[in-house]
Design a protein around this ligand. Structure first.
Ligand SMILES: [Zn+2]
Length: 90
């Protein structure tokens, strides 16, 4: 199943209700929807589903900078680089 903007918009309220406005990648709160993105715990490129159990709230910048890395890989990245991406979105 492909992932579309319409689908993301439809799922967004459910993901927020489940996980709140809190980025699962950096642990910080998400200021507003313009900064909000749905992230896949198991990336779609690795066969991750679009089920609520595989979806988390994230910053757009964190989601973008994660790309198709695993969560462990992402969190082992250079923190300055991650902060740079977050600063870029602010
Ligand atoms: Zn974040």
């Amino acid at each position: 199943m492909s992932w579309t903007t319409a689908q993301a918009k439809r799922l967004r309220p459910m993901v927020i209700a489940q996980w709140g406005m809190h980025c699962h990648l950096c642990g910080k709160s998400i200021a507003g929807l313009e900064d909000y993105s749905i992230d896949h715990v198991v990336p779609r490129a690795q066969g991750g589903s679009n089920e609520l159990s595989n979806l988390r709230s994230s910053h757009r910048a964190c989601n973008y900078s994660r790309q198709d890395r695993s969560i462990e890989e992402y969190q082992s990245l250079n923190t300055d680089q991650v902060n740079w991406f977050i600063g870029l979105a602010a």
